[in-house]
Design a binder for this molecule. Structure first.
Ligand code: PMP
Length: 415
């Protein structure tokens, strides 16, 4: 199992030892081969221990306490916000809003930006590559405000059609919301160009970064995006925590998402005034341990080096792609020029659910089978579902060999 990615000094065996769950034997039989990293990533010991440490030594609620534990928890929570701001190069930590995940981050913008800026006959642009989390919230906001949803088309490789995008840009468009990386196909979208083109019309852009933050360095100032959303659990952090980065100029004009404690300045029965950013968007007791755990995950990723992660994962992608292309019955869905370490595929005559079940039962391999919460993408490629293998820097070439052997076995069985 020892795989040395010598060019960038990643010792994968040592890295794997940091992830206790990777030692699992599936049904006491086969070693776990975890290839569903686009759904959620496994957690390094540092993150697991930080959660344990918080509840063992620090647990207190944030912002309100005047005693030791609460002061400590508040300091760690706000430190976590600063770590996350630094990680994506946000100019100010007050532009980092904690949510419960990428889905909530997008819903927050759809509802609150919608309330402030979206009116009848206005338009919202998304792309044909989106996860349902970046479709349905916009449909809901458009229905509430009698606005229209426009969709950028894609080509047969699963790439966004930039000419089509430009043709949709008019003064009626109030926001563009696109994914950085497609969870269904792995396409890396040209978001910098999209942002530049939208900004020529003064249109703000939200980036759904759920699939990008684990794989490459994000610099929201360099991108100049107006909102950037992602989930903690896909970046080696805990579940139940997500991030919304937003530019102050928009966040300040948007009404709060939810009402309750912590998001107010003063309350009377006649009138409530709201707290400044970021508290205005964080009603109620937040996910404190999870926010701290997420910051630990980000520090861990930085210690390994996102540049090294990107290079190694690209090598895994190329290796797996080459091996899969040697199998005549296998068709890769999504062949964008720029791809993250994720492969969606179909096998002639075998349903993806059967592929997923046999890989699990006989080989201990975890892959995703289904529509990946991207039904319009499946419809575009005229497939009901795909099997998706998604790789992390803790995966090995040997694991990819196991996947390929599993696929060949399935083809034999179904012959
Ligand atoms: N966007 C994309 C591209 C995703 O892959 C996902 C998760 N599969 C989401 C949004 C939603 O993330 P979550 O379920 O963690 O809120």
């Amino acid at each position: 199992m020892l795989t040395q990615a010598k060019t960038h000094n990643l010792n994968i065996q040592l890295i794997r030892e940091e992830f206790p769950i990777l030692q699992t034997k599936v049904r006491d039989k086969t070693p776990l081969v975890y290839l569903d990293n686009a759904a959620t990533t496994q957690k390094p010991r540092a993150v697991i221990e930080s959660i344990n440490r918080f509840y063992s030594e620090q647990n207190g609620t944030v912002r309100r306490g005047v005693y030791f534990l609460s002061e400590q928890a508040t300091a760690s929570f706000e430190e976590a916000r600063q770590t996350i701001a630094n990680f994506i190069n946000a100019p100010k930590s007050s532009e980092i809003i904690f949510t419960k995940g990428c889905t909530e981050s997008i819903n927050l913008v759809a509802q609150c930006f919608g309330a402030a800026f979206l009116q009848e006959n206005d338009e919202v642009i998304i792309s044909a590559l989106e996860h349902h989390a970046n479709i349905v919230p916009w449909q809901m906001a458009c229905a509430q405000r009698k606005a229209k949803l426009k969709v950028i088309s894609i080509n047969q490789n699963g790439e966004i059609d930039l000419e089509n995008f430009e043709s949709l840009l008019t003064e009626r468009v109030k926001i563009v919301a696109v994914s950085h990386i497609s969870n269904a196909l792995g396409s890396i979208n040209p978001i910098k160009e999209i942002i530049q083109k939208a900004h020529k019309f003064n249109i703000p852009v939200l980036i759904d970064g759920a699939q990008a933050v684990p794989h490459c360095k994000i610099d929201v100032q360099d991108l100049d995006c107006d909102f950037y959303a992602f989930s903690g659990h896909k970046v080696y952090g805990p579940t139940g925590i997500g991030v919304l980065y937003g530019k102050t100029k928009y966040l300040e004009k948007m009404p709060p998402y939810q009402g309750g404690g912590d998001m107010i300045e003063t309350v009377t029965f006649e009138k409530t005034t709201y707290a400044p950013l970021p508290a205005k968007f964080e009603a109620g007791t937040p996910a404190i341990a999870e926010a701290i755990g997420l910051a630990v995950a980000m520090n861990y990723l930085q210690t390994i080096g996102l540049d090294k992660i990107e290079i190694y994962e690209k090598q895994l992608l190329n290796y797996a792609t080459d091996k899969m292309q040697e199998i005549p019955e296998l068709k890769i869905i999504g062949n964008a020029c720029q791809k993250a370490s994720l492969i969606s595929f179909v096998l002639e005559g075998v349903h993806p659910h059967d592929i997923g079940t046999i890989l699990d039962q006989e080989f201990g391999i975890a892959v995703r089978a289904g529509h990946h919460c991207a039904q319009p993408v499946m419809k575009f490629f005229k497939v009901p579902a795909t099997t998706r293998a998604s790789f992390s820097f803790y995966n090995t070439y040997t694991e990819i060999d196991s996947l390929i052997a599993g696929i060949k076995h399935i083809l034999e069985v179904f012959k």
